[in-house]
Each structure stands twice: as structure tokens, then as C-alpha cells.
Design a protein around this ligand. Structure first.
Ligand code: M6R
Length: 382
């Protein structure tokens, strides 16, 4: 019996379906951030409190005896590496060098016995990072990959691998993988501390709990999207942005600046706030926007004095500050509020309003969110 088929037109395509109802992949991926952290932390701690990485094929003895850590990565992954430096040095008491992957292989790097190289890459296919770990291996280093893609080139070529379990990231601007990378690396820092006995067991447990609280804090920030959009609306005419932070607020500032420049094509620079006086202050004048990460109580006073300096020169100040910070309103023109978190974990929370800000600015300027001009998701040629 003949079957009569009637064509049915649908007004969506495969890409729209994959976006799961969001306008773009970036929004989807920003909203997936709490899950990206939760998945990355899942099953990483045994009942006895030992932090464990099933995929890490390096013995405990070897990890314990590490003399020096070198991190190689590019872009957002490099910023995650900078956060890891603070955590590994603080908790595991091993000195850490963080290198831009494309610089590492051309500078005749020193690899001594006991050097552990960590290559961080969302895609695991970034040519600069792969070449850097090849160079490190040639010189005798043990290499750990931190990547989001199972069986990627970086994973295959490394001695060991830790997977960030953030799920596929499509948007050129990396978001959820940054949070997953920081979570995985801070966990590795705690594992190193356990092996080297540099942090009391009860403190490791407390840090682990703190790390697990981050997903909910990120979810809280995501509910505040509209207040970030309101700030972006006020600043749509601005053309120059300086992002400032101290301690782990510095890599957070770098990441905020990178998000803004790649998405909106506006001039944005990230600086350690203490460097301001060493040059950049000359560029501060009315019309310039200073975005400051002011969430760390230990850095608060210093940050406020930096902000007073830029205010005195006419800058507009946007501060990322905690919910309980009452003093910030006196100096900042706009405040992006976040829940307080353990300072070492704060980049995962504080970067979220900066991602939303960059997104809102780019949207306001009519930019292509998922495919910014001149950029590829993965850079596979030098
Ligand atoms: O795949 P990777 O993590 O190695 O990529 C590194 C950079 O190319 C990447 O983070 C780039 O900076 C992003 N577009 C930033 O959003």
C-alpha cells in the first residue's frame, strides 16, 4: 500500500537543537558551569580522605618527590595554570613556574631530575602546548596532561592525564572548561600536599569541602545575570578597560580581560594591581573603565588604595566584591556581587560575572558571540 509522505518544515537546525534552547553556545556553556565543576570533582576522594585521580598514571612516590613543577598552556588554560601556581606553592610547597606554551620550547628550558611538567589544554590539540610538552619530554621531564578531550593528542603524548569533565565546549570563548581546569588543578595541589605532608589532614578535608561548595556559589552568581547586564548597558560606549587583581585575583583579571577583548573587540588589559604604579597608571583618565577583583579579604585594603588612585584620575570603577562587603560601594561606581568563597577557590566564582559582562558587552555591540572574528576554537598551526 503506497504511503503518502508530507514534507514538514521546521524552523530550527541541528545547531539550534544542540544549543538546547539558548541563544548561543556560550550562554549554554556558562550555564553548565556548576555541573562542569561537580563532574570534575566526582569520585575524587576516598572514604579515608585520600584524594585520587583514576586516570593519573604516575606513582605516589614519584609525585611526592617532585622537585619543581612547570606549567605550559595558552590563553584561558594559561590563566588556569597561573591559579594553580598559587595553590600548589601554598599547599604542596613546591615551586611552580608557569610558561606560555609558545615560548617554552624556544628558550632552551632547564629540565632537572624531579621536574614535573603539566600541560593544560581544553582541546588537547593546541599545537603550542603539544610542542612544549614534546620538548619537555625530550629533556627528560615527566608530563601530566590536564585536558577536556579524552584521547586527545595531549592526553596520548603525556605520561599521565587528568580529565576535566566539563562536556563539549563549542564556543570559541572558553568558559566552563576554565572552571573545571581550576577545580582539577586545585585538587591536584591538595593531592600533592597530602603526599608531601605539607597540610594537616583536617585542613585538606576542609579545603575539599570548600571546593565542593563552589558549584552552588557559581549557580548563585548565574541568577544575577540581569544586574551584570545593567552595568554593561551603562558602559557600552567605553573603549578602554583595565582589569586588576592581586593574588589569584590577578589571573582572574587576566581572564576577564581576555573574555572582553575576544568577544567585544574592545581594548582590555589585565594587570596585577600592584603593577599599576609601574606604568599603566599613566593611561588612566576619564573614560577608562577599571574592573577590579576585590573579593580576597587579605588583599582588600591594598585593592581599595589602588582603586582610590584610579578614581582620582577619573576612571570609572567596576568592582567584583562579596555580598558582605559594605565598604566597596563608597569607591566603586558599579559593584558585581558574588558569594564569599575560600580565596584560593575564588577565581571559579569571580570570573563568572566577568564572563557575563563580556558577553553582555559583545551582545550590546552586535558581535558574533560564538565565533569572534579572526579566532579559531583550537589553534593547530603555529
Ligand atoms: O584548547 P586550549 O585550552 O589549548 O586553547 C587555548 C587557547 O587557544 C584558548 O584558551 C583561547 O585563549 C580561548 N579562545 C579563550 O577564550
Amino acid at each position: 500500500m503506497p504511503v503518502h509522505l508530507h514534507p514538514l518544515s521546521v524552523d530550527w537546525d541541528l545547531e539550534t537543537a544542540e544549543k538546547g534552547g539558548y541563544d548561543d553556545f556560550m550562554t549554554k556553556e556558562i550555564n553548565e558551569q556548576p555541573d562542569a565543576i561537580r563532574s570534575t570533582l566526582l569520585d575524587r576522594r576516598r572514604r579515608d580522605g585520600t584524594i585520587t585521580f583514576d586516570e593519573l598514571r604516575i606513582s605516589d612516590e614519584e609525585l611526592r618527590d617532585v622537585k619543581r613543577v612547570v606549567i605550559v598552556a595558552a590563553g584561558t588554560s594559561h590563566h588556569a595554570g597561573l591559579v594553580a601556581k598559587y595553590a600548589i606553592e601554598r599547599w604542596a610547597r613546591v615551586s611552580v613556574e608557569v610558561d606560555i606554551a609558545s615560548e617554552y620550547r624556544y628558550r632552551d628550558p632547564i629540565v632537572e631530575i624531579g621536574t614535573l611538567v603539566i600541560g593544560i589544554s581544553q582541546s588537547g590539540e593546541t599545537i603550542d602546548t603539544i610542542q612544549a610538552i614534546r620538548e619537555a619530554k625530550r629533556r627528560g621531564a615527566r608530563v601530566v596532561a590536564v585536558t577536556n578531550i579524552v584521547e586527545s593528542s595531549l592526553a596520548r603524548e603525556s605520561d599521565a592525564v587528568i580529565y576535566t569533565r566539563a562536556g563539549l565546549e563549542v564556543s570559541v570563548a572558553s568558559t566552563k572548561v576554565f572552571l573545571a581546569q581550576v577545580a582539577a588543578l586545585e585538587l591536584l595541589a591538595l593531592r600533592l600536599a597530602q603526599l608531601r605532608d605539607t597540610v594537616p589532614a583536617s585542613d585538606v578535608d576542609a579545603h575539599f569541602l570548600g571546593l565542593n561548595a563552589v558549584a552552588a556559589q557559581v549557580a548563585t552568581v548565574l541568577t544575577r545575570r540581569s544586574s551584570v547586564e545593567d552595568v554593561a548597558k551603562q558602559l557600552l560606549g567605553a573603549r578602554d578597560f583595565f582589569f586588576l587583581g592581586r593574588h589569584v585575583g590577578f589571573p582572574t583579571a587576566l581572564e576577564g580581560a581576555l573574555k572582553l577583548k575576544e568577544l567585544s573587540y574592545l581594548h582590555a588589559e589585565g594587570y596585577p594591581a600592584g603593577e599599576l604604579k609601574h606604568g599603566p597608571l599613566a593611561l588612566i583618565e576619564p573614560g577608562v573603565v577599571v574592573v577590579a577583583v576585590v573579593t580576597d579579604p587579605a588583599m582588600h585594603e591594598k585593592m581599595l588604595s589602588n582603586l582610590a588612585e584610579v578614581k582620582a584620575r577619573g576612571a570609572t570603577v567596576v568592582a567584583v566584591a562579596t555580598d558582605d562587603d559594605e565598604s566597596i560601594a563608597a569607591i566603586a561606581d558599579y559593584v558585581l556581587r558574588v558569594p564569599a568563597t575560600e580565596p584560593m577557590f575564588s577565581p571559579m566564582v569571580d570570573v563568572v560575572p566577568l564572563q557575563l559582562f563580556a558577553y553582555a558587552m559583545a551582545r550590546g555591540l552586535g558581535r558574533n558571540i560564538d565565533r569572534p572574528r579572526n579566532l579559531a576554537k583550537t589553534v593547530t598551526v603555529e
